[in-house]
Design a binder for this molecule. Structure first.
Ligand SMILES: [Zn+2]
Length: 162
């Protein structure tokens, strides 16, 4: 399992905060992190503890999002309704949980501030903050099953988080 950031976020503060949290997630929990840079706005990303590569929004949408049933089930909506807006692909700024394929991705940008109630579970920054504190707040590090933090073991694979 790894956590992938589709960079760069629209707002530099979100971008910088996302990079800081990804480093913390990696350093504190030994979780693989990577970046697919699809909209470079703030220059090259250096000193990152994972792979950084470039792609285009179109390739990422076709490969990772478009026909992805696991993602659709985990975000409870068709990806085409979330990551395309008026025909434009809107993926930069999001983070995803990846196994062989994208299992979950944030559906709102930035952090919960300004999005209203219920947004915290859907934003990249809140997700990474929860995972950096304790991965089992949000995901099973063994099988990438989504958790809500109350479980004493993962209902999918039985793993007991410490
Ligand atoms: Zn599990």
């Amino acid at each position: 399992m790894k956590i992938r950031y589709y960079a760069d976020a629209d707002i530099q503060e979100w971008h910088d905060h996302t990079l800081r949290l990804l480093r913390t997630v990696h350093n504190n929990h030994d979780i693989l992190v990577e970046i697919v840079q699809i909209d470079e706005q703030y220059g090259p990303i250096t000193n990152f503890p994972g792979e950084v590569r470039s792609s285009t929004p179109e390739d990422v949408y076709e490969r990772d999002f478009k026909q992805n049933r696991d993602l659709a089930a985990n975000i409870s909506r068709p990806p085409s309704k979330v990551y395309k807006f008026e025909g434009d692909i809107d993926i930069a700024g999001h983070v995803a949980v990846v196994t062989d394929d994208v299992q979950w991705a944030s559906t709102l940008q930035g952090d919960a501030y300004g999005h209203g109630t219920g947004a915290k579970d859907k934003t990249p920054i809140d997700f990474l903050a929860d995972v950096s504190e304790s991965p089992s707040n949000r995901i099973c590090i063994e099988c990438a099953h989504l958790l809500d933090g109350d479980e004493t073991f993962c209902p999918a694979c039985g793993f007991e988080p410490q």
